[in-house]
Every structure is written in C-alpha cells, then in structure tokens.
Unconditional design. Sequence first.
Length: 356
Amino acid sequence: MRFGVRRALIIALSRHEPGGTVRYSEIIPVQQALGISAGRVAEVLQEMGVLDDDRRPSFESWLDRKLDGLVPAIRADVEGWLRTMRDGGPRSRPRDIASVWNHMNQLRPALLGWSGRYGHLREVTRDDVLAVLGDLHGSRRANVLVALRSLFAFCKKNGTIFRNPAQGIRVGQHPYGIIQPLRQDEVDQAAEAAATPAARLVLVLAAMHAARRKAIRELLLDDVDLGNRRLTIGGRVRPIDELTRQILLEWLSYRNARWPCTANPHLLINQMSANGTGPVSTIYFAKTALRGQAATLERLRVDRQLQEALARGPDPCTWPRCSAPIPRQQSATRRTPGSCSSRRPKNMPPATPPSA
C-alpha cells in the first residue's frame, strides 16, 4: 500500500506548482490505472494542504434518486424536510444520517402514490394517511407513522400545510417478546465456532461481560489494564477474570504479530482498519464465525444479563412498601473476585499462550 501511494503521489504531483492544488478528480484516473485506493492518496494530499475535493456529496446523489417521480410542490417540501433533518435548523438539531435514510425509504411509496393524485401535501387527508397505514403492521406501521408525523410537523411549522393529517393517530405499543435463556448446548456450539482469536475475544466480551457491539467496536488498548486486571467497557470498569485474561493475551499477541506497525488505538482491528485509526465497520460482526448460530452476540449479551437477574433475584425497590423485605441473594456470577459468569463456554478452544 505504501508503495502504491508513493507511485500515485509522484504521478499526481508531477505537474504540481507551489501554491497550487490537486483536484480529487485527477486522482481517479491514477486509481484506475494502478489499482490503488484513491482515498489513501487523498489523505496524504489533505495533510499537505493541497487537496481540492471537487466530488459531489453522496447525499445529493441519493436525494436526487429518492425525489425522482415526485411532483414539484411535494418534492420541495420533502427536500426541505430531509435537508433540515441532516443539517439542522433554527430550532432543530441535525439527526443521524441513518434516520434520514430510513425515514425517506419508509415514505417513498406513499409519496409516489400521492404525487399521482395530488399536487401538494396540503391536499393529503387523514383518510389518506389511514389508508397507507391500513396495510402495515408491527414495526413497519410504527416506522411509517413516525416518519409521516415528522414530515407533516415540519410542513406545518413552515406554513406549507394548514393542518397535520397524521396528528392524533396513535402508534400503539410495541409487543416485546419474553427473554428466554440459552441452552448450554447452544452456548457450546457458539464457543466451538469461535475458532479465531478475534472471534473468541468478541464471544467472551458479549457472553461474560454483556458488552454491546458498539462498545466492543469502541474499545481502546488503553481500556485494557492487564496488570490490575481491569477492563473499561462503555465507561464502566470491570474486573478481568482468568478466561478473559487468557483470551485478551492471545488476541494481543496475534494483533502484534499480524500488524506490528499499526497506529490504530482500538483493541479490535482487521485488515482494513489496521491501515487507519478508526474502529472496525459495523458489518464486521456479521462476518464472524457466530453468524448463523442460535447463540448470536445479542442473545449472548442478553443471556448474560438474564442469568445475573435470575441469580440476584428481583429488585426490592420495585416491590410495594407493604410487602416484607426480600433478602438479598448472593450473585452466582460474582462468587469470587474477577469471575463473571457461572455459565462459561465449556468447549471453547484453549487460548494459545502468548510468546515471550
């Protein structure tokens, strides 16, 4: 990669004059000819202060595709709503770009249908909204209704409609399933499938420390204190048990041997993130060995919390005052300092002892 970036820089800067800039579009032909990453070359040029990023933002292209087919008046209202969600407004904070994508994806079929009958959103009635929601159920209905409320509230605030046709329509309660504990054979199958140091590390963090995917992605090397047997997950300091310590030592030894010169401060890295300083991507966990297993990372995390709740008993603060006090049971997951769970994966392959 370093060799390829050097070649691309030589080509891109061959006609560069002092005080001039290099446009991003000039790097694309070099990328196609040499088969290297234009983003890495652009990072170096950005650090030098000579990069002119003339690319069109991807949001604009996405917006054109999603607004295609809408009548001009509806298109103007929807575009203003989406831009306000993305960039914020006088009295509104910018939303996450994923929320902008989800809201528009949910509403596009309804907006296309209304564009064939109406010329403006002020012509949409409550019956039209109910007709859209009539064929939807569960979370899909709730997501569409939330997006409609947001759109019509924005239009009414700006004075482009007279009344909100989605006002007063209840979303309803979301039916949550009952958490069921995992069977021991399901936990053992997940432990057997975790054949790599990275997969074993992710499995232990989820099954024994109830760590979410986001927390695992954001773990830094500074969060691991092997000398004092402390691990900071999501801002909370936790003790490191012996199994977690072995898995951490195995992963750190593999990490140092595989990427000895990486500057990435995150604990968990892969081939792509080792060349930068950011965390692994969100789809990294979808490609792990636990994919397709009954004991997924989320189920392992919830099962860890369920076992703790069953071992400690109900919270006395949630019971009526007139009831007798409930004796506090000793946690089965904290019998000894440093132990994290009584349901440890039995068949996990032993960790490779770190080399000297």
